[in-house]
Design a protein around this ligand. Structure first.
Ligand SMILES: C[S@@+](CC[C@H](N)C(=O)[O-])C[C@H]1O[C@@H](n2cnc3c(N)ncnc32)[C@H](O)[C@@H]1O
Length: 406
């Protein structure tokens, strides 16, 4: 996976800080998994209920601090992994101005900071944390104070408590983070009105609150309805002329929307830290894998697909399902550039198949391709028959090939 080294579970020193903040408030710590697990189960039920979709810090602070925060920081890192791995986002001794909208305890900011840090970044992240819940921001600030100093990247948080829709006067940022906020906005509106409102919000953030080279990064839970909402917002944004950097490698309508049962989300091989596993178990939640959906927009129109070298006749694809092994073949869904009869490429998805008897050194990489991977297929796979034949070359892109900008 491109940028996989940038996405890591939180280390032990985070546990120490988290437990110190929890103890100071008389909350159960991660060392009391039964008690904390029960609170986490309650918060999870509140959050997964689409009518509520919210777990306030007053009611659910212990669960958010002791569990959700730890689970969610790597989502922020994963959502920016391609920007960082390709060099489209660098921290080079200066300051990166970040607006984190719906920051809560600051998980998405910390994900960004950790990705930059893992890439060898040096400098300061100046984060402005905006949240309607003052107690969540206070909890995030307490956690920041409890963390040991000395990270290569610092966070200067400025707590603004505002409604997300009234951002005038905040100015422009290098990056705007919108971590698991859309799920909580306009939950009473009908589906179409929500899509329009959220596309308008993101477009406003892109056009009024990011620098010319800046990005807006949206993270949402991998739940089917929330991810499909994000697909619709993505289509609406493209119709409005906004530039989608990732995850999509094409700008055609999202093919996942054609069937109600489909949705395109990430499930990366990043587990919860071992120290949190007992809490997950007690809450009845999984500890394996990092699931989320994301959308990265660029003000300058840069697109990830353009950063992947495309040899003649090749198609650039993202693996959007897990591997589907069956007798005699290995399949997975891929989304990106597919060839149509008569020549030319279209943007959509297909179920790509390699028969075991067609495995060759040239297409061996298909054997290891996993959800989220970026694949260059030469020649491009056919839309109506996406077969990886013996003469097919498959390469998984793990780093940028060239840095073409638009
Ligand atoms: C699920 S938390 C996400 C926290 C963090 N960004 C993350 O991804 O882990 C969503 C946050 O959005 C905040 N929020 C909800 N509606 C808001 C609004 N209209 N304005 C600002 N913040 C809002 C909530 O208070 C909550 O802290």
């Amino acid at each position: 996976m491109m940028g996989s080294a940038l996405v890591r579970p939180l280390e032990e020193h985070w546990r120490v800080a988290i437990d110190a903040v929890a103890s100071a408030r008389g909350w159960p710590t991660t060392r009391d998994p039964a008690k904390l697990g029960a609170l986490v189960a309650r918060a999870s039920a509140a959050y997964n209920d689409p009518a509520r979709a919210r777990a306030s810090a007053r009611e659910h602070g212990a669960a958010r601090l002791g569990f959700s925060f730890v689970r969610d920081v790597p989502k922020g890192a994963a959502a920016v992994r391609e920007l960082v791995a390709t060099g489209a986002l660098v921290l080079n001794g200066g300051a990166l101005r970040v607006l984190d909208l719906g920051a809560g305890l600051g998980a998405t900011t910390w994900g960004l900071v950790r990705a930059l840090d893992a890439a060898g970044g040096r400098g300061v992240v100046e984060a402005t944390w905006v949240d309607a819940d003052a107690e969540a921001l206070a909890l995030g600030a307490a956690l920041r104070r409890a963390l040991p100093a000395g990270d290569a990247v610092e966070v200067h948080a400025v707590g603004h408590v505002r409604e997300a829709h009234s951002l005038d006067g905040l100015g422009e940022f290098d990056m705007v983070l919108v971590g698991q906020l859309l799920s909580e906005l306009d939950v009473e509106s009908d589906a179409a009105a929500r899509v329009e409102a959220h596309a308008t919000l993101l477009r406003t953030l892109l056009e009024r609150h990011t620098q010319p080279h800046g990005s807006v990064v949206v993270v949402e839970p991998a739940l089917r309805d929330r991810t499909r909402h994000l697909h619709r917002v993505r289509d609406a944004l493209i119709a409005l002329g906004a530039g989608v950097y990732a995850p999509c490698l094409h700008e055609a309508p999202c093919p996942a929307l054609a069937r109600e049962s489909d949705w395109c989300h990430e499930d990366l091989p990043v587990d919860l830290p071992a120290w949190l596993a007992p809490v997950a178990r007690a809450a009845g939640l999984r500890r394996e894998g990092l699931t989320f959906s994301y959308l990265v927009l660029r003000r300058d129109g840069l697109r990830l697909v353009r950063q992947l070298a495309a040899p003649p006749r090749a198609g650039r694809l993202r693996v959007v399902s897990g591997a589907i092994p069956s007798k005699g073949k290995l399949e997975a869904f891929v989304c990106g550039e597919l060839a149509v009869s008569g020549g030319g490429l279209v943007g959509t998805w297909a179920r790509a198949t390699r028969l075991n008897r067609d495995a060759t050194p040239g297409n061996a990489a298909w054997g290891d391709a996993a959800r989220g991977d970026l694949v260059v297929a030469q020649p491009a796979l056919q839309l109506d028959r996406a077969r990886i034949d013996r003469d097919e070359n498959i390469r998984v892109a793990t780093a940028v090939d060239d840095t073409e900008t638009v």
